[in-house]
Design a protein around this ligand. Structure first.
Ligand SMILES: Cc1cc2nc3c(=O)[nH]c(=O)nc-3n(C[C@H](O)[C@H](O)[C@H](O)COP(=O)(O)OP(=O)(O)OC[C@H]3O[C@@H](n4cnc5c(N)ncnc54)[C@H](O)[C@@H]3O)c2cc1C
Length: 469
């Protein structure tokens, strides 16, 4: 079928104005992703406004033999949100209503296209928080976050998306709408099917609605930046912070090379301390309100410094100062994206292995040649974001060619350490060849079976997780 006839047939099936975008410049915005490493072509973008329109889109594609790529905020980092082989993009952006807040259970029902920041803002007005937070908060959508089981900077205290989802509405590949929306925490009635779709990256069903658990807003949040003059004692630092800071909600690490890049990309950015340290750690603790609480935080941190595990600390005295500390963390991610092409590896290793692992990553980067290794991540979860960035002198094709060997080397080490090759970004198409490093043959076979059961014609995000059905 030619592109024109695909579009005409989709329009004939779907009718409603605005549902089918097909002009090249309109479609282009949906066909390449945030990393600029993944892109493809799509004959059309479908933009349903509600669950029934999603169902009609799925049925139309099915009838015409077209595959679909569900797309939320398109901030995914593993290539699963953009077309690869001429699939139609199904954008959930117009399903963007926060539908109902239930104060008694502190639960909120949302459509899949609600942007994370909009949910944060809505709940703040109700004295609550949604406890998942990440750098892409201004664009990523709840449906995409559920489909990737997103983590972020508060997993340590509140868990991933999986821990926040109480129920789901999903449109299946045959057009069935599976909807059982409720805010029950306790519901042991057979298999809890929502878990099949959480983290399924759009290859088992299209999430259209969810009921999520909100939490009471903390009375106060204390934030500090610690300077480390060695990375060798990270496991001890982690142990001590966990023991002393009972309300620990975030623990992020940024190594010196990443801070240096941020300073290059954002001229005017100052070194956070009077000298450059090998690494900095952001610490956030949720406490009660009042002067004593803050004094307690200062005292707990001074104990960490006295122990020699941290060399220096800056403690935020205001919301603005806390935001400035967090800007360093968000700024590093942005700087990496702006500075050049990057091979990204999002992995977990046991905390005890962290110091050696960080050093190994720098060694692997040096040995590969022409790369700049930038490390940061969610220290509290042992989750390291390994970024190997193209140096200007390395031609793009040579840079790209280094990816597979680097991935094999890094993921083999991760498997040896009993870590995970995907801490929070998923598998997408970027990591499907390496799935066996983190999953057994039996697990992979069952996953394939579930795909065949729920999507026998392979029309939902084909190529994600498995190269072939
Ligand atoms: C600056 C930055 C910081 C980030 N930080 C973090 C972080 O700290 N932690 C983290 O976990 N991730 C992080 N990410 C990755 C990304 O933001 C998350 O994976 C996010 O959950 C993706 O949401 P999205 O709406 O953009 O989904 P998309 O990118 O649009 O899609 C991601 C996947 O989900 C599928 N999908 C999307 N919507 C639906 C739906 N409604 N139903 C079914 N399938 C769907 C897509 O097909 C695709 O496979 C970051 C990304 C950026 C750019």
């Amino acid at each position: 079928m030619g592109v024109t006839s695909v579009v005409e047939q989709l329009k004939a099936e779907l009718g409603s104005p605005g549902l089918v975008l097909s002009e090249a410049d309109e479609v282009a915005a949906y066909t390449s992703d945030w990393t600029r490493k993944f892109s493809g072509v799509a004959p059309a973008v479908l933009r349903p406004r509600d669950t029934d329109e999603v169902r009609r889109c799925v049925l139309a594609c099915r009838k015409l033999g077209l595959a679909l790529v569900p797309q939320g905020g398109n901030t995914g980092l593993v290539g699963g949100s953009v077309p690869r082989a001429g699939e139609v993009v199904l954008s959930l952006s117009r399903l963007n209503k926060i539908e109902n807040f239930d104060a008694a259970s502190a639960t909120v029902q949302v459509q899949a296209g609600v942007v994370l920041q909009a949910l944060h803002e809505d709940l703040a007005g109700r004295g609550c928080v949604f406890p998942v937070d990440l750098g892409a908060r201004g664009s990523c959508q709840i449906g995409g976050m559920i489909a990737t089981n997103a983590g972020g900077i508060k997993v340590l205290r509140y868990g991933h998306m999986r821990e926040q989802v109480l129920s789901l509405e999903v449109v299946l590949a045959d057009g069935t709408v599976m909807s059982n929306l409720h805010g029950l925490k306790k519901n042991n009635t057979g298999l809890d099917l929502k878990h099949v779709f959480i983290g399924s990256e759009g290859m088992l069903g299209i999430i259209t609605r969810a009921v999520l658990q909100a939490r009471p807003a903390p009375e106060a949040v204390q934030t500090a930046l610690l300077a480390l003059d060695t990375r060798d004692r990270l496991p001890e630092l982690l142990t001590m912070l966990r023991e002393r800071l009972r309300g620990l909600s975030s623990l992020e690490i940024i190594t010196q090379d990443s801070i240096a890049l941020y300073k290059e990309v954002e001229p005017g950015t100052r070194e956070p301390f009077d000298k450059a340290y090998p690494a900095c750690v952001i610490v956030e603790e949720e406490t009660g309100a009042g002067e004593n609480e803050r004094d307690g935080f200062l005292e707990r941190l001074s104990g960490v410094i006295e122990s020699g595990l941290a060399a220096d600390a800056v403690v935020a005295e205001s919301e603005a100062q806390a935001q400035a500390i967090w800007r360093l963390r968000d700024g590093v991610t942005e700087a990496i994206s702006r500075a050049g092409l990057t091979h990204k590896f999002d992995v977990t290793v046991p905390p005890g292995a962290l110091p050696g692992f960080l050093t190994q990553m720098e060694r692997f980067g040096d040995e590969a040649g022409g790369l700049r290794t930038l490390l940061f991540g969610h220290l509290g979860d042992g989750n390291v974001h390994v970024n190997m960035m193209q140096k200007p002198e390395l031609p793009e094709d040579e840079f790209l060619a280094k990816g597979p060997a680097l991935a094999e080397r890094i993921y083999s080490l991760v498997a040896e350490l009993k870590g995970s090759i995907s801490a929070e970004h998923g598998i997408g198409i970027a990591k499907r060849a390496y799935l066996h490093h983190s999953r057994t043959a039996e697990e992979i076979s069952l996953m394939r079976g579930m795909k065949r059961l729920l999507d026998p014609d392979n029309i939902l995000n084909p190529g994600v997780l498995f190269e072939s059905a």
